[in-house]
Design a protein around this ligand. Structure first.
Ligand code: SF4
Length: 240
């Protein structure tokens, strides 16, 4: 079982955090989007996930303009952060799989998943770019690192080029807090009605359900479409 990562949204809920109310608003917005979809069945719930992704991206774009700090180096062609396991919630994995099955390059993605045998490198990293960028998980969206050499050394375990200024870890934690707030808000309404909201390891989870279009319906019936080996921990830690 993978080490349990910090839930940045929970950490951000410190009463003295000046960003707390903004993050809480993001959390509630995601809850509203998913809660509104619940009455319309599992297809609507799956469709609510990209809506939450878009809401998170929009909120961060608005907030980013007011935040001091260096620009992120994150861009197509820099995939060093994609050399690590990625965590997703159950509903996010199901929604991403549902989207990818209908893409024109679904067969290519299926082959990439089939060829993936584990390890640090995400099977969707192709020529340094994310092959599923528009639907990538919240955890991937929340990374913000001005110095790619840090990611190269830390995630890819590759020695960065020599020379230049010293490497410093200058990642912004605010986007991680925001995207986690949306991720937690997205799962709360599902948790309340008793649906499995576990955190999963993204690549093996996708591999498990990619060829099972009925996996979303199975999850909604209370069945377990994901094997235990891809589970990391319970995503929603405390009921409210
Ligand atoms: S889904 Fe895309 S952004 Fe996320 S780790 Fe994989 S290649 Fe990187």
């Amino acid at each position: 079982m993978a080490k349990k990562p910090p839930l940045w949204y929970n950490l951000a809920m410190d009463p003295i955090n000046p960003e707390r109310h903004w993050l809480d608003a993001a959390h509630h917005l995601a809850q509203e989007i998913v809660a509104a979809a619940l009455a319309d069945g599992v297809e609507a719930v799956l469709a609510a996930v990209p809506a939450c992704h878009r809401a998170a991206d929009r909120l961060w774009a608005e907030r980013r303009a007011a935040v001091d700090g260096e620009s992120a180096a994150c861009a197509a062609g820099c995939g060093w952060c994609c050399h690590q396991p990625v965590e997703v919630s159950t509903i996010e994995a199901l929604a991403i799989a549902a989207d990818l099955r209908h893409r024109p390059d679904a067969d290519v993605l299926r082959e990439r998943l089939a060829a993936w045998s584990g390890g640090r490198i995400c099977p969707f990293l192709a020529d340094g770019a994310c092959a599923i960028y528009p639907v990538r998980p919240l955890k991937c969206r929340g990374l913000y690192q001005p110095d790619p050499r840090w990611c190269m050394a830390t995630f890819a375990k590759i020695d960065p080029p020599e020379g230049g200024p010293p490497i410093r870890h200058r990642a912004l934690s605010l986007p991680r807090q925001l995207y986690d707030a949306v991720g937690q808000g997205m799962t709360r309404p599902l948790y309340r009605v008793g649906l499995d909201c576990s955190a999963l390891e993204f690549a093996p989870a996708l591999k498990a359900v990619f060829d099972h279009p009925d996996s979303g319906a199975a999850w909604a019936r209370g069945e377990a479409p994901f094997p235990d080996r891809v589970r990391l921990h319970g995503w929603v830690e405390a009921a409210d």
